[in-house]
Design a protein around this ligand. Sequence first.
Ligand code: 5GP
Length: 112
Amino acid sequence: METIFSKIIRHEIPAEIVFQDELVTAFRDISPQAPTHILIVPNKLIPTINDVTVQDEATLGHMVTVAAKIAKQEGVDESGYRLIMNCNSDAGQEVFHIHMHLLGGKKLGNIV
Ligand code: 5GP
């Protein structure tokens, strides 16, 4: 079932999109937890990490290279940043269209 992220990808509802190509879309989180907080999402709907298949490997790898490119654009590549993907309820996943959080621009607390 589609989420709000599919509408953002199709430009049907507003979001500050910072990068888009045929595989992924990246936009600023509506409720930023750090000075830089960007979500990188596959254009294809994949509800959770549990639903990822071998066919998705190129897209998931691309999400990481796009994240690195955006981190440089945002000026946090040298200071540092964190990439997070939440899966299901214990991790606090709220939107069931997989996404990678890119957080940076401040000292981030240790979680692992
Ligand atoms: P999750 O908890 O699922 O890993 O993260 C979902 C993220 O999506 C949250 O950080 C939340 O603030 C963000 N989010 C939810 N709805 C919207 C929206 O409509 N627009 C944008 N830009 N971000 C959203």
